[in-house]
Ligand binder design. Structure first.
Ligand code: ME8
Length: 660
């Protein structure tokens, strides 16, 4: 990047569901990059936001029984609060319901229309309202099933405006060829090239039947296709077509669009074409990352055949892990351009291995030794340092210089996990240096002092560099370590390339709690298991045709869940599981059922005996702490902590009676 401007965007997220790990991931990738380039003095702008129009959102609001704007406001507030809780700091948050955005999107439409690339026609086709995309008919006359959402598409036949996408075939192919770095990784660019080379049909870009959208200029019976509306956010947020925001001249087209590979085509094909049609330059870079998988499937808010979403719950993530740990894991584990498998076990292993035993332990060993042997004052390499110690120190300094170029190059090409690997090679190098030279054996001997000073100077200097490099990945821990190293200012303001291997200036180190406390896998896994549903196994075959994703379920879906009146006969705590109670519940069967419930922190067992409750009786049995649970009691989840309040009856109901 030569122009020292860094404008980074995330997709704007649909507000028809709560944020999950996938949304967090792209946003924290952007946040880490923004912090990195800001450290280096680039003119940086980090944009995220929400995509708030369209049929699906209109329907979700109807299902929630709220006016659409009220519904989207509530979900946007949750997205913002979640991202803030994870320490993400976007510079701006664009909402497609902002007046300035609406004005800007309409300005873009007019510009494309006035240049002759929009015409009116009639559309008949099949639409997936979750993808917001028309799908090809496979069997004539039959609704194709959306391969992503595994649901039948809906028939749309109406007057529509079209965008002359077909006119952009050659220009798009030239763009991919002239700017190969514009669509990355290469495999994704090749996908775009094949799509464009194969067939480029004109795109329907308006709807009459969708009311919750931006009115088409001069024809308000139509609303804009949500993707035309949504993609334009990247420039309306910079003040294109409106006066409320600024930055278009400063930042466009010096942009990096971060997107998941699920929405590559919109960013690599449609968006550049819309811009070309408006005579605006296409984006400099679109980077498409892989998908987080969970339970073998793409993590998604869309429920599977059994009605469950496999999305990792961000509340659970935050309850058990620090922001830095979650952030590090996500950025380290998702390899360049590939999918990543999310498991809590792998997260705990990385937290304990790379962070607690790796970076954290190196820092604490070094600081402890400096405090013990030098009263906390970071020693310099003394003039009488033994030659072999001096040489070893120089070799390490040299490795840091070489490795810095590698680290920065990986970041430049967005291979953040490789950048972290490069940094961790240096952590291993310093660790080995300490193990080989065993400075703790030298603390008592005056003649070994020059050697000891050389070793500890090198370790402290290495830590200082790593703290700066790793700041974007571990902002909280590195900021704390920086001050423990006795350094002025903050690592957020220091550029990695500005560091030279020089002496600390009268730095006095201090102590503090472990930067990355070791996590107890068994306890955490049990807690997580007790408070969450197990992740659904991948469906063996595409789901049978279900209702379209409207937010509603059919009565048949509801009838699948068997809810019965139960009465608690016995209740006791499960030893060594402070959240679990073991209940014996009469649900009208020959023998009572054993049910485990994660409510021990809120209900004393003896208060439950005799109580009538609601039990889901046809859930597959599952094991918790080696005990089988044969059902689930229903409780409201109240407040931020999700305090359970058990559902009950105010009139008598016989045990086993079905709720319907
Ligand atoms: O597509 N793994 O919004 P969306 C990794 N509104 N990233 C994931 C993910 C996963 N399993 N699931 C989601 C939309 N994401 C449109 C975008 S942009 C002009 C309009 C991330 O709420 C990833 O960045 O469905 C993906 O592209 C995005 O969320 C989709 O978010």
């Amino acid at each position: 990047m030569t122009d020292r401007r860094f404008y980074v965007t995330t997709p704007i997220y649909y507000v028809n569901a709560r944020p999950h790990l996938g949304h967090l991931y792209t946003t924290l990738l952007a946040d880490a990059l923004a912090r990195h380039y800001r450290q280096r003095g680039f003119d940086t702008f980090f944009l995220t936001g929400t995509d708030e129009h369209g049929l699906n959102i209109e329907r979700a609001a109807a299902a929630a029984g709220r006016p659409v704007k009220e519904h989207v406001d509530a979900i946007v507030a949750e997205f913002k609060a979640t991202f803030a809780a994870f320490g993400l700091e976007p510079d701006d948050w664009i909402r497609t319901t902002d007046a300035a955005h609406i004005q800007g999107a309409q300005a873009l439409w007019r510009r494309v229309r006035d240049r002759g690339y929009i015409y009116k026609g009639h559309y008949a086709g099949w639409y997936c309202s979750s993808c917001n995309e028309f799908k090809d008919e496979v069997i004539p006359g039959e609704a194709p099933v959306c391969e992503i959402h595994l649901r039948p598409t809906e028939r749309v036949a109406e007057e529509s405006y079209f965008f002359k996408l077909s006119a952009f075939r050659d220009r798009l192919l030239d763009f991919y060829e002239a700017q190969p770095e514009a669509i990355q990784p290469d495999a994704r660019r090749n996908e775009a090239v094949s799509f464009v080379s194969a067939s480029l049909r004109d795109l329907s870009i308006s709807r009459i039947s969708v009311k919750w959208g931006i009115p088409v200029p001069d024809d308000p019976a139509h609303t804009m296709y949500v993707w035309f509306d949504a993609l334009s956010n990247y420039i309306t947020a910079l003040g294109f077509g409106n006066d409320a925001r600024t930055g278009f001249d400063r930042f466009w087209p010096h942009v990096l669009h971060l997107v998941g590979k699920d929405i590559l085509r919109f960013h690599a094909v449609y968006w550049p074409a819309f811009l070309m049609a408006a005579d605006l330059p296409p984006p400099r870079r679109v980077f498409s990352h892989g998908m987080w998988l969970s339970g073998g499937r793409k993590m998604s808010k869309t429920p599977d055949a059994s009605g469950r979403s496999n999305a990792i719950d961000l509340g659970v993530l935050r309850r058990h892990f620090s922001n830095d740990v979650a952030r590090y894991f996500c950025l380290r584990e998702m390899a360049y351009g590939q999918d990543g498998d999310f498991t809590y076990e792998a997260l705990i292993d990385r937290a304990n291995g790379d962070l607690a035993s790796g970076f954290g332990n190196l820092a604490s060993r070094t600081l402890t030794l400096i405090r013990k042997a030098f009263d906390g004052v970071v020693p310099n390499v003394p003039p009488d340092a033994p030659p072999d110690a001096r040489e070893a120190a120089a070799a390490i300094a040299e490795r840091f210089t070489v490795q810095r170029a590698v680290f920065l190059a990986h970041i430049e090409r967005l291979a953040l996990s490789r950048a972290l690997e490069a940094a961790w090679e240096l952590i291993a190098l310093l660790d080995k240096h300490l193990s080989d030279t065993a400075p703790w054996k030298l603390t008592g001997s005056p003649e070994a002092r020059p050697r000891l000073a050389t070793i500890l100077h090198t370790a402290a200097e290495g830590l200082r560099h790593l703290t700066v490099w790793l700041y974007p990945f571990l902002p909280e821990a590195t900021t704390a370590l920086w001050s423990r190293l006795g350094l002025p200012g903050q690592p957020a303001r220091v550029a990695p390339e500005s560091l030279s291997w020089q002496r600390f200036k009268s730095a006095v180190v201090s102590d503090g709690p472990a930067l990355f406390p070791r996590l107890d896998k068994t306890t955490i896994m049990n807690d997580i298991e007790a408070t969450t549903q197990p992740v659904a196994a991948p469906p063996a075959s595409p789901a049978p045709a279900a209702a379209p994703e409207t937010g509603y379920i059919t009565i048949d879906d509801f009838a699948k869940v068997e809810l019965r009146v139960g009465q608690v006969l016995e209740a006791e705590r499960v030893p060594k599981a402070d959240k679990l109670l073991r209940l014996q519940v009469d649900v009208g069967e020959a023998t009572p059922r054993q049910i485990l419930a994660g409510i021990a922190q809120y209900y004393a067992p003896e208060t439950l005996i005799g109580r009538k409750i609601v039990v889901a009786t046809n859930l597959a049995p599952r094991k918790l702490r080696g005990l089988e649970s044969n059902g689930m009691l229903l409780a409201a989840s109240v407040g931020e902590q999700g305090r359970p309040v058990i559902a009950t009856f105010t009139e008598d109901a016989p045990n086993g009676a079905r709720l319907k």
